[in-house]
Design a protein around this ligand. Sequence first.
Ligand code: UDP
Ligand code: MG
Length: 341
Amino acid sequence: RRRKVRRGLGTLVVLLVRGTIMTRACVVSVVVPMHNESLSLEALFARLSPVLDRVGEPAEIVCVDDGSTDDTLERLKALRLREPRVRVVALSRNFGKEAALAAGLQRARGQAVVLMDADLQHPPELIEAFVQHWREGWPVVFGQRTSRKTDTWLRRWAARSFYRVFAAISQTHLPAGAGDFRLMDRRAVDALNTLVERTRFTKGLYAWIGFRSLAVPFEVGERAGGTSGWRLGALWRFAVDAITAFSTLPLRMWTYVGTAVSLCALIYAAHFLIRTLLYGVDLPGFPSLIIAITFFAGVQLIGLGIIGEYLGRVFTEVKQRPLFLVAEDLDPLAPPTEDEK
Ligand code: UDP
Ligand code: MG
């Protein structure tokens, strides 16, 4: 029994020491969402670890495995033994990058939290500059992509039109070229963590929380390996999510459309009344009738559809399902598992 007590005390001391080191000391957290990034992992850590060494602050790397179907998780677990700063958070399935980021942000303990992609399209070396500016007092420092060279023309065109529409109908101003590659201080991270919405357009949320932000230009690199998870269909859904989350104009505009249509109809009615009184009744006009009926049936269905888009999202919010579920959380703070001992 004494041995048991002693062992218990021993573990407790280890935990306490680790705990004080980690919680007090962790200054910089790097959050990396990963979905099937097995091919980029080696290259990522080969560049990220030296950068964190140079930054010179106690750091953690929160790797969120977003339900990868390849061996990303196994590789991360192996990496954990080589790189003690790694914390692995495995989601129970693929929840999407936005949810993975939310999971990482909620778990990050640093005073400054850096978000970056795993595929090395965000150069880790820039983190040094980010931290430098953070020390100078900037609460938010973001990487500003200078060109979209790595994208196809179709994607570039889609992105450009999306931002134009978004700027026209939303009050939130999105800085040009800003994305998920950024550093945020504790206040900004806590502010983001209070936003519990299910449909997360993170670019909009970053802008919405405010705080003084500094742009650091960078060139988006090629993917280190694997393929991008985005398809054009997904981009469309993303755009609709973004617009519905940041503007109610699509909902409200039907009042004006309806008013305009009714006004036209009234004028047309007056025109017919006068004509009938002056010249009597004639009956042509069948085509115009059909055209008007089908056209306005279409307009009404579009209006209903837009209400449906919002209603569907209201429904997802009302259900209050969690944004993500965690299957495993391998924390450097937690006691070592059997195979690590
Ligand atoms: N990602 C994720 N969950 C997903 C899709 C992507 O966590 O469902 C991660 C991915 O591993 C990468 C980052 O999000 O670290 C950006 O993804 P990707 O490179 O596919 O997007 P793109 O660079 O084309 O915008
Ligand atoms: Mg990428």
